[in-house]
Design a protein around this ligand. Structure first.
Ligand code: SF4
Length: 231
């Protein structure tokens, strides 16, 4: 029976640390790149490769240019059941990869943190055809510990963490709240303005009940530091 161990790297620190924890059994690492990610993400992936001694396979969707392209074409942003961009730019890309690469016995390694057990459970249900390993949950390695591991390996964190964000999600993640979007307004004003215009174009907003062009400066509370992987 054919077997493989694949770590899904997200360009966040946790997924790299999860892969590092399992470095003795990993056969390959795969990263789904989005044009909306900070360009430093690819530098981080390269640095992770050096540590792991692997060459990460970088895959992309071939239907949409960007998160804004998904929003414009589908006229949908997100709902309690998930974001359309996640489905189009990540889940479908992974499923396409699986159609070519899945083996009889496939093990996936993921970077969910100890406080993300609910995400891990959801993921197990949505991908029943693979075995799932969550090293950070199993070993109780939280976000701060992940930072320490990355630093101890001499790897510079992705730029978004250095700017103070809790993850390396797309710049202008549709799942961000008021504090997050006020930060994006300051750090990436073009991204903020384009999304604000797009929200009006389709009549839907990223933040429930508040369009970005009416978001008051200073609104929102900085989340407690619980850095997660890219969603
Ligand atoms: S990180 Fe945010 S914006 Fe990017 S695909 Fe995921 S939900 Fe969408």
């Amino acid at each position: 029976m054919s077997e493989q161990v694949v770590a899904w790297i997200s360009a966040g620190m946790p997924s790299f640390v999860a892969a590092y924890c399992m470095r003795n059994i990993i056969g390959k690492t795969v990263y789904i790149h989005l044009s909306d990610q900070h360009p430093d993400s690819l530098r981080f992936i390269h640095d992770c490769d050096e540590v792991l001694g692997l060459e990460t396979e970088i895959i992309r969707n071939d239907q949409y240019q960007s998160v804004n392209d998904v929003i414009r074409k589908t006229r949908f942003i997100n709902s309690p059941y998930g974001a359309r961009c996640t489905t189009e730019l990540k889940i479908k890309v992974r499923e396409k990869w699986e159609r070519k690469n899945l083996k009889d016995n496939t093990h996936y390694i993921w970077g969910m943190l100890p406080h993300e057990k609910h995400r891990a459970e959801r993921l197990k249900k949505s991908i029943p055809y693979a075995n799932h390993i969550f090293p950070l949950i199993d070993k109780d390695i939280n976000a701060d510990k992940c930072c320490e591991v990355v630093a101890s390996l001499g790897v510079r964190p992705p730029a978004m963490y250095e700017l103070g964000y809790n993850n390396n999600n797309c710049i202008g993640c549709v799942k961000g709240g008021m504090w997050y979007w006020n930060e994006i307004r300051q750090d990436f004003p073009v991204v903020f303005q384009e999304r604000a215009r797009l929200e009006r174009e389709i009549g839907r907003s990223c933040i429930k009940g508040v369009f970005l062009d009416e978001l008051e400066e200073g609104r929102g509370r900085q989340p407690k530091i619980k850095r997660g992987g890219t969603r």
